[in-house]
Design a protein around this ligand. Structure first.
Ligand SMILES: [Zn+2]
Length: 179
């Protein structure tokens, strides 16, 4: 990650996000002067460290005043079906003063999961595997767990369905109503 420029809208391919771990590290951004107490804009570019090829880029603006700063990301996600989505994602920033002095920046996770704003104070945000928005690890762990949980008993449902002679969906529905 690095670089700067004037491009405000750029893109990344959602297919590559998981393997290449395109994370946003607030400390690195602050260290590189991309987050600071001055309105600022630029772009973040991820490159494949092996081939040097550009994997993804995200345009950003840093705006605010006093203690109230927001990093807004602008990017285009190309989903697996080829459809492009333009995303504008404002991420509120927070600062704390560590005991050894100075200032530490934090992201406020911008995701809403099951109708609830996350708002966790985090140092890193991750792009969604195949999704649209950057969010904290907890949000995506939750999403993964839910997804896996809902398929946890699929094999069991299939074998019961085979024995009693109905569809796995019927068995699943039967258990769902009773658990
Ligand atoms: Zn979160």
């Amino acid at each position: 990650m690095g670089g700067s420029g004037s491009g405000r809208r750029s893109s990344y391919d959602a297919k590559q996000t998981v393997e290449d771990c395109l994370d946003l590290d607030v400390n690195k951004l602050a260290r590189d002067g991309m987050i600071r107490r001055t309105p600022w804009q630029g772009s973040l570019i991820w490159t494949n460290t092996r081939t040097g090829e550009q994997i993804a880029s995200v345009g950003y603006t840093c705006t605010g005043s006093g203690d109230d700063w927001t990093l807004t990301l602008n990017y285009t996600v190309t989903r697996r079906d080829g459809e492009k989505h333009d995303v504008r994602l404002p991420i509120p920033l927070q600062t704390t003063v560590p005991c050894f002095g100075g200032e530490r920046w934090w992201f406020t996770c911008p995701l809403v999961v099951r109708g609830r704003s996350c708002l966790r104070r985090v140092g890193k945000l991750y792009p969604p595997p195949g999704g649209l928005y950057f969010g904290c690890r907890r949000c995506y762990d939750l999403a993964y767990t839910t997804c896996q949980e809902s398929h946890k008993h699929d094999r069991l449902f299939r074998s019961i369905a085979g024995v009693v002679g109905c569809t796995p969906e019927m068995v699943k529905g039967f258990f769902r109503d009773r658990w």
